[in-house]
Design a protein around this ligand. Structure first.
Ligand code: OFO
Length: 170
């Protein structure tokens, strides 16, 4: 049975993963209406699906442990961006916030001696290392490219190569 404090914190994380999914869906939709950003569009549609999967994993875990997973109300994410660089800056900022939140959850699980939850959360710890690294790499690349159109073309063409392969870690 989950302790109340753990259940509340896990439900907050459900909300955060749902917000991530929405934020990346909005990025995908913005990218889709820009000329020539097919790769970035696909990247964020997939990223959004992945975040939904992270949310579902939490929901199933909370209910499996005798808690009640609450499907959250969500506020509208940022839907327009001044540039491609801004999209990826937001992506990195978001992932850093998620990592901080996961770290706090892990700390709480230890404090409450909930070792099952602590164990469950290790998957998210590894996931965040990967996602933060991915977001930093893409930001670094965009910084190199600047406003150069042929650089943006190559960035868009190659972006999917940077995503970890499906089925590897999941
Ligand atoms: Fe849910 O993995 Fe990033 O945010």
């Amino acid at each position: 049975m989950l302790q109340k404090s753990i259940q509340e914190a896990l439900n907050k994380q459900v909300e955060m993963e749902a917000e991530s999914s929405q934020a990346y869906l909005a990025m995908a939709s913005w990218a889709e209406i820009q000329p020539g950003l097919d790769g970035v569009t696909e990247f964020f549609y997939q990223q959004s699906n992945e975040e939904r999967m992270h949310m579902l994993k939490l929901i199933r875990y909370i209910n499996e442990r005798g808690g009640f997973a609450v499907v959250p109300e969500l506020k509208q994410p940022i839907i327009t961006f001044q540039s491609l660089q801004r999209v990826f800056e937001e992506f990195l900022k978001h992932e850093i916030r998620v990592s901080e939140s996961i770290n706090e959850l892990v700390g709480l699980a230890l404090m409450e001696k909930d070792f099952a939850t602590h164990n469950f959360l290790q998957w998210y710890v590894s996931e965040q290392i990967e996602e933060e690294h991915l977001a930093r790499t893409l930001n670094d690349k965009l910084e190199l490219v600047g406003d150069d159109k042929s650089g943006i073309y190559l960035f868009d063409r190659d972006i999917m190569l940077f995503r970890p392969k499906e089925g590897g870690k999941k």
